[in-house]
Design a protein around this ligand. Structure first.
Ligand SMILES: [Zn+2]
Length: 389
């Protein structure tokens, strides 16, 4: 039994326009995209008559933490709940993304590799949820950023072992930290201070790529961002204190920027404990300038929310898309940042409407190419060829 989406205006994830077409999903994949009116549904097929509504790829959030709940101090909640309750909570957070049209999330840090367990549970069909690409524990230096979910490694040999441990645990990508951060703990890290060295990051990225997985590096300060880019990391997370030489190197190497604008505004606005609020204010001031520099240099930008962090519930993609639009991305580039471009950045087979792609689709009223935020209030969500309740 196939699912037929008939008479919609299809945006494929890449192009500048929508075109009228019928989309057929058989099983978990898209099996045809043909001229409107050309499909003759078979007996028992599920037919949705869309009458000019827009069909587009399900959205991707390139940076979430499923174990965190978006409260004022989510790391503390995890510590109180412990592992088993945290798994249940993470499953519910994943489901919340799917209900609102986020059909893929990239999880960049979870205690006890919980997000890998959630990814496996969803893949096995035990629970419904979005596609989850999970890093599990992060590969960081001893005492590095967010140590509570860190797989702490020092020296090139140790980070290679760290990468292998995460891949063995089932990680779909590697998350590392090239600098300190804003939220996580009250003392012991600063956004400007670099963490794993360039040599360590090079060993890490080389091993990850050898194992066929991408690397996302948490990097705010200038020296750490430069280390990560030159080490061959695929995606720079946050990337606040950028310089002209760094964005030129990113452009040349195809390094992607996932700026996560909304979370720092949220924390600077008072959503987190006091020590983080002050640090976030400095980040917000520098962030806009860095993003402008990256966009002018032609660095690919993808959408990530850090959902689960203080003030950022699951899902929070609407707020990040609004920030990207405000920062000057064209509407189509805002949509690409949360579909095809994000999928490419993380090496995920998703984010496009074309034959053979996963049948993860949204039906939206109105024209999201005029207003990309419309994509965050879908009329209907399809995941793996099935309509989500
Ligand atoms: Zn994060």
């Amino acid at each position: 039994m196939a699912l037929v989406l008939r008479g919609g205006l299809v945006w494929d994830g890449d192009s500048e326009q929508r075109r009228r077409a019928d989309v057929v999903c058989d099983g978990a994949r898209i099996t045809s995209v043909t001229a409107a009116g050309s499909v003759r549904p078979g007996e028992g097929d599920d037919v949705l008559d869309l009458d000019g509504a827009t069909v587009l790829p399900g959205l991707l959030d390139g940076h979430v933490h499923l174990v965190w709940d978006g409260s004022r101090d989510p790391a503390d909640v995890v510590e109180r709940d412990g592992e088993q309750l945290t798994v249940l909570r993470a499953v519910e957070h994943a489901r919340a993304h799917l209900r609102q049209g986020v059909t893929t999330v990239v999880d960049l840090g979870s205690n006890w590799d919980v997000a890998i367990t959630v990814a496996r549970g969803i893949d096995a069909g035990y629970v419904a949820g979005p596609r989850v690409l999970a890093a599990g524990r992060t590969v960081v230096m001893t005492g590095g950023h967010d140590p509570f979910w860190g797989n702490m490694c020092d020296g090139a040999d140790a980070v290679v072992r760290g990468v292998r441990e995460q891949v063995y645990a089932g990680a779909g990508l590697i998350k590392t930290a090239a600098t300190g951060g804003v939220y996580g703990r009250a003392v012991g890290e600063e956004v400007g201070a670099s963490e794993l060295s360039r040599d360590e990051l090079t060993a890490l990225a080389t091993e990850a790529h050898r194992r066929g997985v991408k690397v996302a590096a948490h990097a705010l300060g200038e020296e750490g961002i430069r280390n990560a880019v030159l080490a061959g990391v695929d995606v720079i997370e946050h990337g606040v204190f950028l310089t002209e030489d760094i964005v030129a190197a990113m452009r040349e190497r195809g390094t992607v920027l996932c700026p996560t604008l909304a979370v720092y505004r949220s924390i600077a606005g008072g959503a987190a404990p006091g020590y983080a609020v002050e640090k976030a204010a400095e980040v917000v001031r520098a962030h806009q300038r860095g993003l402008r520099m990256a966009l002018d240099a032609g660095v690919p930008v993808v959408a990530g929310t850090d959902a689960g962090s203080p003030g950022m519930p699951h899902p929070s993609l609407r707020r990040e898309l609004a920030c990207l639009r405000e920062a000057g991305l064209a509407p189509v580039d805002v949509l690409r940042a949360a579909t095809s471009r994000a999928a490419d950045a993380f090496g995920i087979d998703a984010g496009r409407v074309r034959v053979g792609a996963p049948a993860d689709l949204l039906v939206v009223d109105g024209d999201p190419l005029a207003d990309p935020l419309l994509a965050t209030t879908p009329r209907c969500v399809v995941r793996g060829g099935a309509i989500v309740d």
